[in-house]
Design a protein around this ligand. Structure first.
Ligand code: M6P
Ligand code: ZN
Length: 189
């Protein structure tokens, strides 16, 4: 398995293959199945049933070689597959940065968006190829595939930011995304 480079890093060119969502050179790949999204979907009975039936892959994150350490600027390509659990669209776990740092997402392929929540206010930022979504410090963020094919985006974030998943389980995300005929709708959490 590929690994993160050890600081100090040398300047490096990284190739991005949008069709496969891969990077070269690349760091670790993270694959999240439905079981890994425990507590995320509203319909917990449907979630349990589908975990027992096939436990499908929901998304994959390919990291670049730049490590998640202070002062570095790691990048990753996330591919969220198309699908839903009892109508709720496939999404990432979502996290808050323990060290409140901003982050940018850049749409590469497919249709998607970000649900953001600062603990009081929620927001939706649509992401399609060529669009940049900005996540300000203090806003938890969860990505959603709102389309019928893979949704891929590049993320760039400060290496010190960290990932707090418990924050989302404790506070929710303010909004949920469900499929609705040929489109999608956002509902209260
Ligand atoms: C983006 C970045 C990563 C994050 C990934 C998956 O690529 O924000 O830092 O890990 O999405 O999201 P999550 O960590 O919420 O599963
Ligand atoms: Zn983040």
């Amino acid at each position: 398995m590929s690994e993160f480079a050890k600081p100090p890093l040398s300047p490096v060119q990284i190739s991005l293959d949008v069709s496969t969502g891969s990077l070269s050179p690349s760091g670790p790949t993270l694959t999240r199945r439905l079981l890994d999204l425990k507590g995320c979907f509203k319909n917990t009975e449907a979630w349990q049933r589908e975990v027992e039936k096939s436990n499908p892959i929901v998304y994959q994150v390919i990291s670049s070689v730049v490590p998640e350490t202070a002062r570095e600027l790691p990048q990753s390509i996330t591919t969220i597959f198309a699908g839903d659990c009892a109508g709720e669209l496939y999404m990432t776990k979502g996290h808050q940065h323990p060290d409140p740092q901003g982050e940018i997402y850049y749409g590469l392929e497919g249709q998607g968006g970000i649900i953001l929540f600062d603990g009081k206010k929620s927001a939706w930022v649509e992401i399609t190829p060529g669009k940049i979504g900005y996540i300000p410090p203090g806003w938890a963020h969860r990505s959603i595939n709102t389309g019928k094919s893979d949704y891929k985006f590049l993320a760039v974030y400060p290496g010190c930011a960290g990932h707090d998943y418990q924050w989302v389980l404790d506070n929710g995300m303010g909004l949920r995304a469900f499929k609705n005929n040929n489109n999608f709708e956002l509902t209260e959490f």
